[in-house]
Design a protein. Structure first.
Length: 516
């Protein structure tokens, strides 16, 4: 593909340019393994290993408490529960909004599958320390500088978290650097825009694929080849079964899944990795009462819900004719029972289990299920009243001429005139005048025979002028249909303004638009 224009590096705070996730002067950066049951990956950062900004964003620090602070409250694990364990320490990196939006847009060409305890000292994690203000002389003041509190040996959250701008360039500060003097085990998470966990290794693979010359040739932030990377990843494809809202599935539905070439992750029944060449999903035989009378499956977010027999969410991974470019990937597969999802009751409910009392969702197969204007609604109502069968219409108020306004059939085929010829007449009794001004005036444009095409619709807008901005704008205007002789009369308003001469011989400027 051609390079992005303008170049990402020229967009400054809105730049989606990518940088390396991990950097070290000599040690090999970590390889992201397959995720655990919560979709986080466990890695170890060697001494002096930096976690760099993958793209432009903000760094913040938090101590995880039982009642989450607002910035962490919406972040969820794969099972829908809140991410992180109370007592742990979180360095949160959030992409800037326009960076996130641009990166999301740039993912569209990608192939689709359906196709630890808090550290003893914060300085041991911050690059380029000491960087505190000169008056931050105590641990508590230093912690406040970073949006935290510190009492004894325990971190807490201050009223306002810090938001530090971090750039992916190698010449800028990293998000985090291990300066503890020994290997540091950490847990790496990635979350989507709604706070739901995503496989970090898959994100690294997606962004690497996006920055290949075949897609976007200038997406890397750094010109040095060694820094044109995200993070090394172990191969594997992760499948996450979710509800239509991409939350956790109910236990009844999870129990009905029959899976082929998919292996459980960490003994949970909602997260899997592919374990063979032909991953597939089906349902077990229905129990009584049926827990999924109308089952549907889709590859999210773009796939259509279809029956298990016809669902092919893994087609992109299994089609040998179009090799899939990414050995590491992640997808959510939505599974739903349309009946309980739309009705709100399962067949464990006595009424819903009874065929005579059951509420059954039906697909709307009408050719025009939605009527978009009043005339269409009126036409449908009139057709129902005139169909011959008994029908009653109830309304608090109705005009005796109520009904659809049927547009005139315009049959004119004559060519449009190259110039317009018309006469202007004022309407007696219209408008109000004072010594110096005129308001609420209307005029008539008369198009004589042959001056416009026969059986044509003519629309005329007079121009007003905004006295504040000086800009010209279209007024409401007027319209008329020409007769068989090419004659038409159009009534339209004039802009308020200074009163002109009462002498008929004195010309009055008129500015308008005419449309046929």
């Amino acid at each position: 593909m051609p390079p992005l224009v303008p170049a990402p590096s020229s967009l400054h705070l809105a730049s989606p340019a990518l940088g390396p996730w991990f950097r070290h002067a000599s040690a090999t950066p970590p390889t992201l393994p397959l995720p655990g049951r919560h979709l986080n990956v466990e890695i170890t950062l060697n001494q002096d290993m930096e976690w760099g900004a993958p793209a432009l964003g903000l760094r913040s620090y938090f101590s995880v408490t039982a009642t989450r602070v607002p910035a962490l409250r919406g972040l969820r694990r794969a099972d829908g529960e809140q991410a992180f364990t109370p007592g742990n320490f979180v360095v949160l990196f959030t992409l800037l909004p326009e960076v996130e939006l641009r990166l999301w847009n740039l993912t569209q060409p990608l192939a689709q599958p359906e196709g630890s305890a808090a550290p003893a000292a914060l300085e041991n994690l911050r690059p380029n320390t000491p960087d505190y203000p000169s008056d931050a002389t105590t641990d508590d003041l230093r912690a406040n500088f970073l949006g935290l509190t510190f009492s004894g040996s325990t971190f807490g959250n201050a009223s306002n978290p810090v938001s530090e701008l971090i750039h992916p360039s190698t010449s800028r500060e990293a998000i985090l650097e291990n300066k503890t003097g020994s290997p540091l085990p950490v847990s790496l998470w990635c979350f989507d825009y709604r706070g739901r966990a995503v496989d970090p290794g898959a994100v690294a693979a997606w962004w690497t694929q996006m920055a290949t010359p075949a897609l976007w040739s200038n997406l890397w932030e750094n010109t040095a080849t060694a820094d044109q990377r995200t993070a090394s990843v172990a191969p594997g494809r992760v499948v996450h079964f979710v509800s239509p809202h991409e939350g956790p599935l109910s236990a009844d539905i999870r129990a009905r899944l029959t899976l082929t070439d998919l292996a459980e992750v960490d003994s949970v029944d909602y997260l899997y990795t592919t374990s063979g060449p032909a991953p597939a999903v089906a349902l077990t035989a229905a129990p009584s009462p049926d827990t999924m009378p109308l089952p549907r499956i889709a590859a999210l977010p773009n796939g259509n819900y279809t029956t298990p027999a016809t669902a092919t969410p893994f087609a992109g991974w299994t089609n040998a004719g179009t090799p899939f470019p990414m050995a590491r990937d992640y997808m959510r597969v939505g599974v739903v029972d349309m009946e309980s999802h739309t009705v709100g009751l399962t067949r464990a409910d006595a009424a819903q289990a009874d065929p005579r009392r059951r509420v059954t969702p039906q697909r709307n197969t009408s050719g025009a299920p939605v009527l978009f204007n009043t005339d269409a609604v009126n036409t449908a109502a009139m057709n129902a009243l005139q169909a011959g069968a008994s029908a009653i219409a109830m309304t608090p108020v109705m005009d005796t001429h109520w009904g659809a306004n049927v547009p005139a059939a315009l049959t004119g085929t004559d060519p449009l005139p190259s110039t317009l010829v018309f006469d202007v007449f004022k309407l007696a009794g219209e408008g109000a005048t004072t010594t110096a001004s005129a308001t609420d005036q209307k005029i008539v444009l008369r198009f004589d025979a042959g001056s416009v095409p026969a059986d044509a619709w003519i629309r005329v807008w007079t121009h007003g002028r905004d006295t504040t901005t000086g800009r010209r704008f279209r007024m409401d205007g007027g319209a008329a249909r020409s007769d068989a002789m090419g004659r038409a009369y159009v009534v339209l308003p004039l802009p308020d303004g200074t009163r002109g001469s009462d002498d008929p011989a004195t010309p009055v400027p008129l500015s308008c638009d005419v449309f046929f």
